[in-house]
Ligand binder design. Sequence first.
Ligand code: ADP
Length: 169
Amino acid sequence: MTRITLVQGDITRQTADAIVNAANSSLLGGGGVDGAIHRRGGPAILAECRKLRVGHYGKGLPTGQAVATTAGELDARWVIHTVGPVHSDTEDRSALLASCYRESLKRADELGARTIAFPAVSTGVYGWPMDDGARIAVTTVQETDTAVEEVRFVLFDNHAYEAFARRLA
Ligand code: ADP
């Protein structure tokens, strides 16, 4: 049984086996969660991301997929980078957002992670409406078969926290 928990705060301050990064496909850093993870996690994470870019992910990490690196100085064993879709008013990209959660849990299972912390992927710069982002996040985790024992959503502000809390209620 997977427990879903909610925390309001900064994901880079969390203790977990794996911390998920709302990355962009370049894997070379960005704003929001991505910037915070690289700032606080130190250069080891970026160094491993660069290696991924010269290796398997020459064109970058496709939207909806996930890949793990070291967590550097974060209080975690791994960072799992996933690329959320940019929200669109004309195209339904929810399957890609669901894929981010599913693929991240798959990487976590492969690594043997038992606790994982997720941000609200795509709900920042990528413009996904928070209520719908919360719906997709919670239902996807609930429907995914995983050995992860705790899935913790780490929500940056009260608005995000309340949206996830409503979904879980
Ligand atoms: P995306 O590009 O996938 O939209 P962002 O990082 O811009 O990713 O935002 C994703 C969500 O994470 C937003 O709801 C944003 O408010 C939140 N966020 C930003 N910084 C942090 C942080 N340090 N910890 C947790 N959540 C954060």
